[in-house]
Design a protein around this ligand. Structure first.
Ligand code: S3P
Length: 444
């Protein structure tokens, strides 16, 4: 049952003490989506260990099954995927339900755009409010016929095979748009090129190369040019998905702001295009030590030891935003407990995530009794210098997992409980969030 069909699960959070212990966060959501999609396009059986079993990733798995690939979870927890080969996807017989997942939607639109498939995409209220024009535009140039009301879901796509190769300069810094074109390129004759003025997460580039696709990344005058050769043949792989830095971030902030805390987060993905939040926390004075740095499945991974520290205010460089784009809600919580006024700018993209994360977090911070001001492209926050916040308010999660989890972490530094109206969306990306939080409290 997806969170949209379940009754609301309200929950309360307040300061109940320090966090201690050793935790492992679930698999990376971005890498899990890509692992399923590419395995479903390889010829033969791939194995995936550490796959995130959250609702968003399960929506991708269901869509790939509906288009002919065989996907099952073994009793050992590993997933086995029998791929159909690039160009071999089948016509789905029903609408593809993307739930809350923007990544499933945008990446699958790309994948289907170069297959002779007609498909309808539907999603929940949050996803149906998000802009799809950013992928419709380049995929239409490749020949796909896409109908959407107002550039949003529900949407109907008729793919084009053979599609037309394009060279496309990304107008927004978006790994989803980049990846949609890369996936469309796989079944397109010739070479597609994506020009990426602002670097974004590079999991698609890394994983496609691992599956044997011809992907070349070149820096031209400091700008990334990514070329993907079409009519690719992908070889099945054994993949290990590292822990999600976006999930680790909630507990890294929690341990940083709660006095006396000392935690270890194992197996955290540290790809530089993703780990901006840890850099930011360090710039604020955070005490984060990386141990056992290693490479897992072509991705940098480390264990993080995080201890409480007195944080100071920051003004992050907007150029760093893509490397922590999903972590801003919880970064705002760190700023609310820091010493001084933090100013975050250049964050227009936050307005088109699962919710408008700027206005959602301003409202949440005010409910906690923090001092926050909404800016057109960001937020200004005057921190409490480590003082516990009053708390006591009601927070709307707005079908946005990261607003729910960031608010919960903020609640851990509030005197009176903050109530979050519905924590069910957390199941999209981090089903074990509450369980891990309980463990960190009980180990204290
Ligand atoms: C993602 C890219 C980002 C991020 C999202 C996952 C991905 O979105 O916010 O959670 O897996 O490619 P944008 O590409 O819209 O920035």
């Amino acid at each position: 049952m997806s969170h949209t069909s379940s009754p609301p699960q309200s929950a309360q959070f307040r300061h109940i003490g320090t966090l201690h212990g050793d935790i492992t966060v679930p698999g990376d959501k971005s890498i899990s989506h890509r692992a399923l999609m590419l395995s479903a396009l390889a010829v033969g059986e791939s194995r995936i260990s550490g796959l995130l079993e959250g609702e968003d990733v399960l929506a991708t798995a269901a869509a790939m099954r509906a288009m002919g690939s065989h996907i099952e979870r073994g009793s050992d927890g590993d997933w086995r995927v029998h791929g159909v080969g690039v160009g071999g996807l089948l016509q789905p017989t029903q609408a593809l339900d993307m739930g809350n997942s923007g990544t499933s939607t945008r990446l699958l639109l790309g994948l289907l755009a170069s297959h002779a498939i007609t498909a309808t995409f539907v999603g929940d209220a949050s996803l149906s409010a998000r802009p799809m024009g950013r992928v419709i535009e380049p995929l239409s140039r490749m020949g796909a016929d896409i109908h959407a009301t107002d550039g949003r879901l529900p949407l109907m796509l008729r793919g084009m095979a053979p599609a037309i190769p394009i060279s496309y300069r990304l107008p927004v810094a978006s790994a989803q748009v980049k990846s949609a074109i890369m996936l469309a390129a796989l079944n397109t004759p010739g070479m597609c090129e994506i020009i990426e003025p602002v670097p974004t997460r590079d999991h698609s580039e890394r994983m496609l190369a691992g599956f044997g696709a011809n992907v070349v990344v070149e820096l031209v005058n400091g700008v990334r040019h990514i070329r993907v050769a079409g009519e690719a043949q992908l070889r099945p792989q054994s993949l290990t998905v590292p822990g999600d830095p976006s999930s680790a971030a909630f507990f890294a902030v929690a341990a940083s702001i709660i006095p006396g805390s000392n935690i270890t987060i194992r197996n955290v993905g540290m790809n530089p295009t993703r780990s901006g939040i840890f850099k930011l926390l360090r710039a604020m004075g955070g005490d984060i030590v990386e141990e056992n740095a290693r490479i897992v499945g072509g991705e940098a991974v480390a264990d993080l030891v995080v201890r409480h520290a007195s944080l100071c205010a920051v003004e992050p460089d907007p150029a760093d935003a893509p490397s922590m784009i999903d972590e801003f809600p919880v970064a705002f919580i760190a700023a609310a407990l820091a010493d001084g006024r933090s100013i975050f700018r250049g964050l227009d993209e936050l307005r088109v995530k699962e919710s408008d994360r700027i206005s959602a977090m301003v409202a949440a911070l005010k409910m906690m009794g923090a001092v926050a001001e909404e800016l057109p492209d960001g937020i200004a926050i005057t921190g409490s210098s480590g003082e516990i916040l009053p708390g006591g308010g009601n927070i709307a999660g707005l079908l946005d997992h990261r607003i729910c989890m960031a608010s919960a972490i903020g609640g851990l530094m509030c005197h009176a409980p903050v109530t979050i109206d519905d924590m069910a969306p957390v199941a999209t990306s981090f089903p074990t969030f509450a369980q891990i939080l309980r463990k960190l409290h009980s180990d204290s």
